[in-house]
Design a protein around this ligand. Structure first.
Ligand SMILES: [Zn+2]
Length: 497
């Protein structure tokens, strides 16, 4: 999309924040790159250059704009929606895989050679995996420099740099300021000696917080999650230790307070919270796609900006989905709460009532199913699922292959379409997920729709959430409803598909 110069120019001239994250604008006369909605005076079109990633602009020698904070934009929705190699790689890079295992580690997780991976990333993003990881480290470093009083050596370490020197060089290279100058300029860093980080999570407007936070609060597992003082809070299991996050909806950003046992987990904690709340979504594109639907249209108009409540941990979500089979929400919470109380590691939460991490799969694989107050069939499902997740034979991680993950889940005893599709929707984030026989779908309005091409009728989609992105293009008969024809959806909706 960065290649569509005219549209990019229009987006920059109208300072349209919706396009933030889709492309970056560099200005040849100043050597600075910006997000499209930069508050500064738009440059002359002939001086603009467009890049698909911040890393590509950095590689071309441009520095990050200090006014518009091009690094504080939502990510491209594509990386959450797509199942291909580039999207899987982007999710894994956001999850810190390069910092942990280098580019070979990333390639191995994806089952491709380093060369194939590099070629595809450069082709689409204009930058290879190392440059993309470096851009992410620079962003994490800036966040810590500007919002905490941490010593610079700790910032370097937490942001994933191998040395202080690499940290200094990168910060200077990306921002044209030393770390100390950057902190002075932000005039910040005084608040956060207590170990609590306060951040803002940006998103594209509109955002309807009611269903999103309402659902998280209504399904909260006692001891692991809670709603307190206008914020959703939960414990987090992270690679280097545990964390506690509080997420508070606001009109322009989500307030995010994080307490981490190890600051190296900052970037991954942020990316998991963004995923939980679906903050990289493009709600205008989704609304345009669904707004013309006779059943969904009025719901979209009533509450624009709905998001799919997702999860910080797809394996945890899968276990909870099995515990929630054929029981009420409150019974599902009780089952999950018992499991956490018995098998989750203790959590220390001075600010509230969180007491446990949700148990890891290795711990759950050691649980005797006979001790669970569940029907025999569900015990067998639970045991098979946790064994598969613990051994890695089913992988629901951010880099997983969605088709394989679905097939692996469906092969387990007692995991029918409802469970598999629910996990695909909220655990994996697959936009093709469809939960046709969900009570919420059927009970919502009992709606059926008739295909305008062949006349067949089909039951309609969920009203509780919007699990619907890509699949809404097609009815079960295979035809695309005329009003949903993608050619009518305005750019950047669904480009690249
Ligand atoms: Zn700018």
């Amino acid at each position: 999309m960065h290649e569509d110069i005219e549209r990019c120019v229009r987006a920059v001239q109208s300072k349209d924040a919706r396009f933030d994250g889709w492309f970056y604008t560099a200005v040849v006369t100043t050597g600075i790159y910006c997000r499209p909605s930069c508050p500064a005076m738009p440059p002359r079109p002939e001086n603009m250059r467009f890049y698909p990633s911040a890393a590509a602009a950095q590689q071309a020698g441009f520095r990050a704009c200090k006014r518009c904070r091009p690094d504080a934009t939502p990510g491209s929705p594509l990386w959450n929606e797509r199942a291909d190699l580039v999207a899987r790689a982007m999710r894994l890079i956001a999850d810190g895989v390069i910092d942990a295992g280098g580019v070979p580690g990333l390639a191995a997780r994806l089952g491709y050679s380093v060369r194939q991976l590099e070629r595809q990333l450069v082709a689409e993003l204009g930058a290879g995996p190392l440059a993309l990881a470096r851009a992410q480290r620079a962003q994490t470093a800036r966040l810590l420099i500007e919002t905490t009083a941490l010593p610079m050596a700790d910032v370097a370490f937490a942001a994933g740099f191998a040395s202080i020197r690499a940290f200094n060089d990168t910060v200077r290279g990306v921002f044209a300021l030393s770390p100390t100058e950057l902190r002075k300029r932000a005039n910040g860093g005084l608040a956060a000696m207590s170990g609590m980080l306060s951040l803002r999570l940006p998103f594209r407007l509109p955002l309807c917080p009611d269903n999103l936070f309402g659902h998280l609060a209504a399904t909260a597992v006692p001891g692991v999650e809670e709603w307190r003082d206008g914020a959703y809070r939960r414990t987090l299991r992270l690679p280097h230790g545990q964390g506690i996050v509080a997420l508070r909806p606001g009109p322009e950003h989500i307030g995010c307070q994080l307490a981490l046992a190890d600051l190296r987990d900052l970037a991954i904690a942020i990316s998991r919270c963004r995923r939980l709340l679906d903050l990289d979504a493009d709600p205008v594109a989704v609304g345009e796609l669904l707004g013309g639907d006779p059943v969904l249209g009025p719901l979209v108009a009533k509450a624009p900006g709905r998001r799919v409540p997702r999860t910080v941990d797809a394996a945890e979500f899968a276990v909870r989905a099995v515990l929630g089979q054929q029981v009420s929400t409150s019974a599902a919470r009780t089952h999950a709460g018992r499991l956490a109380a018995a098998h989750g590691e203790p959590a220390d939460d001075p600010a509230g009532g969180l007491t446990r991490l949700f148990p890891g799969m290795a711990a759950l694989a050691g649980v005797d199913p006979a001790t669970l107050a569940l029907p025999a069939g569900r015990r067998a499902s639970f045991a098979a699922l946790v064994a598969a997740l613990a051994s890695g034979s089913v992988d629901l991680g951010v880099g997983s292959d969605w088709a394989q993950a679905r097939a692996g889940l469906a092969a387990l005893p007692g995991l029918g379409a409802w469970t598999v599709e629910t996990i695909a929707m909220r655990g994996l984030g697959d936009p093709d997920a469809f939960v046709p026989n969900d009570l919420g779908v059927r009970g919502g309005h009992g709606a059926r729709t008739r295909c305008s091409t062949c006349g067949q009728t089909a039951s309609m989609r969920s009203t509780g959430f919007l699990p619907v992105r890509r699949e809404s293009r097609e009815l079960p008969c295979g035809h695309v409803p005329k009003h949903q024809n993608l050619r009518n959806a305005s750019w950047p909706a669904r480009s690249g598909r």
